[in-house]
Design a protein around this ligand. Sequence first.
Ligand SMILES: [Zn+2]
Length: 168
Amino acid sequence: MKVLRKTYEDQNCSIARALETIGERWTLLILRDAFLGTRRFDDFQKSLVIARNVLTVRLKSLVDAGMLERRRYQERPERYEYRLTQRGIDLWPVLFTLMKFGDKHVAEGDAMPPTLVTHRACGTQIDDHMCCPACGVQVGAHDVVARRGEELPAAAAPAASASPRAAA
Ligand SMILES: [Zn+2]
């Protein structure tokens, strides 16, 4: 009888090989937070409510896999932050599609999707094909702003008076 193997490294399949790097739940959630702008250990920890030792291991594996880069931002005491590399950024369409799948099939019936992704240039929510319907262009990871839905109570309605800078 065949035993299900623990790793798929010897399979000649790019999906199987990619899952060797990103197939672990925390790994994808760390990357999700990185796309939302999280960079520091404590902020990942707070957001994910993950054990510190698990977070340490996961961050290291993402650095080793070339998805995140560890950069020193303070000397005394030494402190590091984690930035997405180009390889990490290349996962953006995967995470976006996963999010859209969740919106459609898991978060069904919610008043607002948990995360809203808008075009940085114009603020319009991007569509399922990663295009801005207002500008008619395809948008990449650098061109979007992702925010949690609950941070945007006014987002469901057209922003008329919500901006604190409106009076300036
Ligand atoms: Zn736009």
